[in-house]
Design a protein around this ligand. Structure first.
Ligand code: UN1
Length: 511
């Protein structure tokens, strides 16, 4: 039967109904350490047990055994597992989206988008399973051949954040699986049941797929100590981490110390430049979705609007009523556009940031808690627009909440300097009809971010491209393009099929 959220949109009931529709149970994970609450109304969704250091050690040992089997399975056959998993996700899109929304608080429409993103990356990974190409390179020596091979690396540890509790895991895991690796996933403590549901479906896909070894993908439930254990563990070859810059710095140091690979996708402080020629009919909805969508809790959320001084008044006059009219409330309910913040701590950080913005000369519009027409115990806010006299200290920080700072510029190069003048470097956008500005923005002289968009907002990237950014964003690239190379090791082979031993660089060494 098709799954639909009941008309009362009750989070706990939706969560339970969705699990039932998926045919999954949390029973083997129940315990008394970790209460999981819905950000929508604070309802208790489950209480789970957490793993300790010894559990992690055992998991890593099992993952290593799984890897030794899995790497022997031909890559296109590994792709078949991901294809089956993707089909299960597609067939269960409705209950998965409802479960995700109930646990994470994003609106159902965006939860569906996230689950679709999982389907998309599965399809990408399946195609990739037949395209793990290496180069053949011209040798400088006669009758010699240079070839690159790509081999699986081993065990991937993956730390993901609450805000994209499924897609970010799937970017890493589906690609790592076709590349021949095993994985251990440490989801955010705020969204562990979404993780268990997706891995439950992956296990179902493995049930009638003989080639997949047991423990190919495991879930580690717990807090930062578990993440640190994975980062330190000599049996974890690659550590992919999405989350705060503070967490990323810790993980980066731990993995670097033992020369393990790290793939970091950390904070963003994404800007849009609105130029004199900008088409505001495009810019207004783009700004609204990027700044207020997902309640400002995407790493790609638009946080800074750098607007030409001649367009500011017009832009704000059109933008404020649009943002003011957004419907905020229970994200499981029809027509709601903005759900709650993840928890009270996020609300406190938002209010502290607005206080600092005022102290730094800002004028704040909105940003207050909403209590009318929303579940009483959730933290619902009106998205804030803050006019700033310049790019002050608070503007240079990422606050994970819907706050859009507005600053003005005069010359385009000054806008680029402002855009690049923060420690983070994830996503960026320019709205212009002037091709010189558009090209300059994308060039080496333009935006210093990993994502550089023209006439489209900062958030909502497709999976086909590489995702990630520079500076404090961590430098890693995940998702599409050639990011699969992160999960493989390259072997360069030189083969001499002549009858003489010729040294490279013309070196002579007669014996
Ligand atoms: C994240 O916020 O960590 O580009 C990921 C986007 C989404 C992924 C966001 N496709 O906004």
């Amino acid at each position: 039967a098709p799954f639909a959220v009941a008309s009362d949109a009750d989070p706990a009931r939706t969560h339970a109904d969705a699990l039932k529709a998926l045919g999954l149970s949390l029973d083997s994970h129940r315990g008394d350490d970790l209460p999981v609450r819905s950000p929508i109304d604070g309802a208790l969704l489950a209480t789970l047990g957490t793993h300790d250091a010894a559990d992690i050690d055992a998991m890593v040992a099992r993952a290593r055994t799984a890897f030794l089997d899995w790497r022997q399975v031909p890559a296109p056959h590994r792709g078949e597992l991901v294809r089956r998993f993707g089909t299960l996700v597609r067939d269960n899109l409705d209950p998965l989206s409802a479960l995700l929304s109930a646990e994470n608080g994003k609106i159902l429409e965006e939860a569906r988008g996230e689950v679709q993103e999982v389907v998309d990356i599965c399809e990408f990974a399946v195609g990739l399973s037949r395209q793990l190409y290496g180069l053949t390179i011209a040798s400088e020596r006669p009758q010699h051949r240079l070839t690159e091979y790509w081999h699986p690396v081993g065990v991937l540890g993956l730390i993901s954040a609450f805000n994209f509790p499924a897609a970010v895991w799937a970017w890493g895991t589906t690609v790592a699986l076709v590349c021949g690796n095993a994985g251990i996933w440490k989801p955010s403590e705020k969204t562990p049941t979404t993780a268990l549901a997706f891995v439950g479906l992956l296990q179902r896909a493995m049930r009638d797929f003989e080639a997949a070894p047991a423990n190919l993908v495991q879930v580690a439930i717990g807090g930062a100590d578990i993440g640190a254990r994975l980062a330190d563990h000599p049996g974890i070859d690659m550590l992919s981490a999405t989350g705060s810059t503070r967490m990323g710095r810790d993980v980066a140091v731990r993995t670097a110390q033992r020369f393990a690979r790290s793939i970091l996708e950390l904070g963003g402080n994404n800007a849009m430049i609105v130029t004199p020629s900008a088409d505001l009919d495009l810019a207004i909805p783009a700004i609204t979705f990027a700044a207020a969508g997902t309640a400002g809790q995407r790493c790609t959320t638009l946080r800074r609007l750098i607007v030409h001084e001649d367009r500011k008044a017009e832009l704000l006059a059109r933008l404020m009523p649009v943002i003011g009219k957004l419907s905020t409330g229970n994200p499981l309910a029809e027509g709601v556009q903005v759900g709650p913040l993840i928890d009270g701590a996020a609300f406190d950080r938002m209010q502290a940031a607005l206080e600092r913005a005022r102290a730094e000369g800002g004028t704040v519009h909105g940003g207050e808690r909403i209590t009318d027409g929303v579940p009483a115990t959730g933290y619902y806010v009106r998205p804030a627009i803050v006019e700033m006299p310049g790019q002050s200290a608070i503007v240079c920080e990422e606050t994970f909440a819907p706050i859009l700072y507005v600053i003005i510029y005069r010359e385009f190069t000054q806008a680029i300097t402002l855009q690049n003048g923060v420690p983070q470097g994830l996503s960026s956008a320019v709205f212009t009809m002037d091709m010189r500005e558009a090209e300059y923005f994308q060039s080496a002289l333009g935006s210093d971010c990993g994502i550089v968009n023209v006439n489209i907002g900062t958030s909502g990237a497709e999976i086909g491209g590489a995702f990630g950014g520079e500076k404090q964003t961590g430098g890693g690239r995940v998702s599409g393009s050639d990011s699969w190379k992160n999960y493989m090791r390259r072997a360069t082979a030189t083969v001499n099929y002549s009858s003489t031993l010729t040294l490279a660089q013309g070196v002579r060494f007669d014996v």
